[in-house]
Ligand binder design. Structure first.
Ligand SMILES: NC(=O)C1=CN([C@@H]2O[C@H](COP(=O)(O)OP(=O)(O)OC[C@H]3O[C@@H](n4cnc5c(N)ncnc54)[C@H](O)[C@@H]3O)[C@@H](O)[C@H]2O)C=CC1
Ligand SMILES: O=C(O)CCC(=O)C(=O)O
Length: 387
């Protein structure tokens, strides 16, 4: 019986795909695997028994992935599963920044009970007028699952779209509309665009990438959209730029004390992925990843260990080793197996940065105590044997 713990509510359509071999536990310390959305796991005390964490979503900055890797805990995310939900809200953000829709709706609410409202509307409405998106220039920074959808939608809306992503994947590149201009530097994108939307992960390289220096290079009255993470924008610089009118609106999905109520800021309470469809997609993918790892040892969509797949386990005993990516690990494992006459039916070894994963199928008897012996091999972080 495997035990899972949900640190945030996870869509039932996903957790329903756990079979009778699984049960939910309210005790995180008892869990083999943990499902999480945005809850911070950075201060958590990790248990020896934790095998994996699945982030039902894209951003993993709430999880100490390096600490987990060192403890042999595989961290998964669900790439692309909530991308459409975010894209739709980005389009809404561009529209909210272009016309004073919210101001107009508030004005109508204040007129509740006024018999004259129809007449008053025709006088008042000019205060809420705006501009259209068609023909405007949209810059998209980061062309992954979300950025590609936003960029392609910009084209469909009649915008001239510029994309920047020096690390774009082949898969994303295939999905991009050929009408999108490829920009080779942020400077080029900054100076031309009326709307700039940021879709990169928050990490040490992207932190504060939209600061006074970046904003200085942008057009007067630019609209900046941030549906990625608050850390990407230097908020003091953004406030100053909005005061000066350099930035017309800053649309963000991340409320902070500095931005809540700030003039020019349009702040949404982290709703990008809060659609039924996105929540269901993420939950289903996260559970599928955990089940495949627990039942067969296969890794797909991990952010701290390599993808590695040997298919269904069948009747063999499967030995799973998480270890540092250093020479002579396989030699040490196979020496131990050969000594006890174990026959290797199949094996795979993959690495990602400083970490590696070895899967070995054995079709002869496997002695008790093997896991402990393998765990004692220097540089091994975790061993699991599925019989
Ligand atoms: N508001 C919300 O509810 C949601 C927010 N997010 C945020 O959006 C981010 C992006 O999500 P996805 O598109 O699904 O991720 P993704 O991993 O598919 O795409 C990220 C893209 O950014 C690119 N990139 C990385 N560093 C870059 C840099 N310095 N300059 C330009 N491009 C760079 C990568 O090459 C990749 O193509 C997530 O990391 C997360 O923080 C994701 C989902 C929901
Ligand atoms: O689960 C959520 O609502 C947050 C989604 C998100 O920010 C992400 O997937 O990175």
């Amino acid at each position: 019986m495997y035990k899972y713990h949900c640190l945030n509510p996870i869509a039932k359509v996903g957790t329903d795909t756990f079979t009778g071999e699984y049960e939910e536990t309210p005790e995180i310390s008892q869990a083999d695997v943990i499902l999480v959305r945005s809850a911070s796991m950075r201060e958590m005390e990790w248990q020896e028994g934790t095998l994996a964490v699945a982030r039902a979503g894209a951003g993993v900055n709430n999880i100490p992935c390096d600490v987990c890797a060192e403890k042999g805990i595989v961290v998964f995310n669900t790439p692309g599963a909530n991308a459409n939900g975010v894209k739709e809200l980005v389009i809404a953000g561009m529209l909210l920044a272009s016309r004073d829709i919210v101001g107009g709706i508030r004005w109508v609410e204040e007129k509740e009970g006024s018999g004259n409202i129809a007449k008053e509307t025709e006088k008042a409405k000019k205060a809420f007028a705006g501009c259209e998106l068609v023909g405007k220039k949209l810059g998209v920074i980061g062309l992954g699952a979300i950025g590609v959808l936003v960029a392609n939608s910009g084209v469909h809306l009649g915008m001239e779209v510029y994309g920047y992503d020096p690390y774009v994947s082949v898969e994303s590149a295939w999905k991009l509309s050929r009408n999108i201009h490829h920009t080779r530097s942020l400077e080029e994108l900054f100076q031309d665009c009326d709307y700039i939307s940021v879709h990169v992960p928050a990490n040490e390289h992207t932190k504060g990438m939209i600061d006074a220096n970046a904003i200085r290079q942008m057009k007067q009255g630019v609209v900046i959209l941030n549906f990625s993470r608050d850390l990407l924008v230097k908020e003091e610089d953004m406030l100053e730029a909005m005061k000066e009118g350099k930035v017309r609106h800053y649309v963000t999905d991340f409320p902070t004390p500095m931005m809540a109520g700030a003039k020019g800021a349009i702040v949404i309470p982290h709703l990008g992925a809060s659609t039924e469809e996105a929540e269901d997609n993420c939950a289903k993918m996260a559970v599928q990843e955990l089940r495949s790892y627990l039942e067969h040892g296969n890794i797909k969509n991990s952010v701290n260990y390599p993808d590695c797949d040997m298919g269904f386990r069948g009747k063999n005993t499967r030995i799973l080793l998480l270890h540092h990516n250093v020479p002579n690990m396989i030699g040490q494992f196979t020496r131990i197996l050969a000594r006890d006459n174990m026959n290797i039916a199949d094996m795979a070894n993959k690495s990602k940065g400083g970490y590696a994963y070895t899967m070995i199928d054995i079709d002869t008897p496997v002695p008790e105590g093997l896991a402990e012996e393998l765990r004692n091999v220097p540089e091994v972080l975790k061993v699991r044997i599925i019989r």
